[in-house]
Design a protein around this ligand. Structure first.
Ligand code: AMP
Length: 283
């Protein structure tokens, strides 16, 4: 496994693999790797002969007052996890390698998909995400890039960018990995105090209860949302940013569940903002 900090050396390494006709897999991350990230790596390893994991806490996707400075950085442990998983290249650029002096080009998906939900609560967030992903795709030129459904809206935004700009790669969505009690794994879970950690299970519990209601025949979107909200409101440490049942493709609001939908949550547990979601099939 090679640990590389520069764009040029990453390009050199990937070029050698590409000349051998190998499939190239890219797993973009911000580090503090947990088993959610590693499930993406395992999928990439299963499908590609050469796997690159990028570790970059991307400053342009954090707004003012967000947690860029305190975001967990555990590079030594991350590199060890990648080595054990037989990753070929870990690409950990500095901010100045990715955004040198004078950098002034942005890739932005416009419209509802980036204005709603996370886009509303975190203005500019998706512009940072799409710009860094476009850059990583250009550097690595992967056959496939692996994204978690944990960040469902991000996955849809990146898929849209790739389709709109005819980028020559496949985006592979991967299942959400959860702790035994249901909490979706997240690097931000490390911010939670023991008491908050217990309270945080309310997100997945709300999703399960809402999904169970749909399984039992509930089709009214407001009613399904209300079930999830009711569960979260019972937890004193939780405050809701949004609970939204949306069309699974467009993320537009729906009145009734007729097509595949997704229930998306953003909830603050104390000062920590967590997101989670559940796919709601029609049958
Ligand atoms: P991050 O480091 O938070 O930017 O996440 C990097 C990638 O890992 C993104 O595609 C996330 O959606 C994915 N990811 C994060 N947490 C999980 C999880 N619990 N299950 C599956 N994928 C995840």
């Amino acid at each position: 496994m090679k640990l590389i900090h520069t764009i040029s050396e990453t390009r050199n390494q990937v070029l050698r693999a590409r000349l051998r006709g190998w499939k190239i897999g890219l797993v973009p991350t911000m580090g503090a790797l947990h088993d959610g990230h590693m499930s993406l790596v395992r999928r990439a390893k299963a499908e590609c002969e050469f796997v690159v994991v990028s570790i970059f806490v991307n400053p342009t996707q954090f707004g003012p007052g967000e947690d860029f400075d305190k975001y967990p950085r555990t590079l030594v442990e991350d590199v060890e996890k990648c080595r054990i998983s037989d990753v070929d290249v870990v690409f950990t650029p500095s901010a100045s390698e990715m955004y040198p002096e004078g950098f002034n080009s942005w890739v932005e998906v416009k419209g509802y998909l980036t204005e709603t939900l996370e886009g509303e609560f975190r203005p500019g967030h998706f512009r940072g995400v799409t710009t860094v992903c476009a850059k990583l795709f250009n550097i690595v030129q992967p056959t496939c890039a692996y994204f978690g459904q944990k960040d469902y809206q991000q996955l849809k935004v990146v898929q849209k960018m790739v389709n709109d700009l005819s980028m020559p790669l496949e985006i592979v969505p991967c299942e959400i990995v959860r702790e035994p009690d249901g909490l979706a794994m997240s690097s931000r879970n490390s911010y939670l105090s023991p008491e908050e950690r217990k309270a945080a299970v309310v997100l997945s519990r709300a999703l399960s209860k809402a999904r169970a209601a749909v399984t039992e025949g509930e089709r009214n979107a407001a009613a399904v949302q209300e079930i999830a909200e009711g569960v979260i409101r019972l937890e004193p440490l939780a405050s809701i940013d949004y609970v939204a049942l949306r069309d699974a493709e467009t993320l537009q609001p729906i009145d009734r569940i007729r097509k595949p939908a997704v229930l998306l949550l953003a909830v603050r547990i104390g000062k920590t903002r967590l997101i989670d979601n559940a796919f709601i099939p029609t049958n």
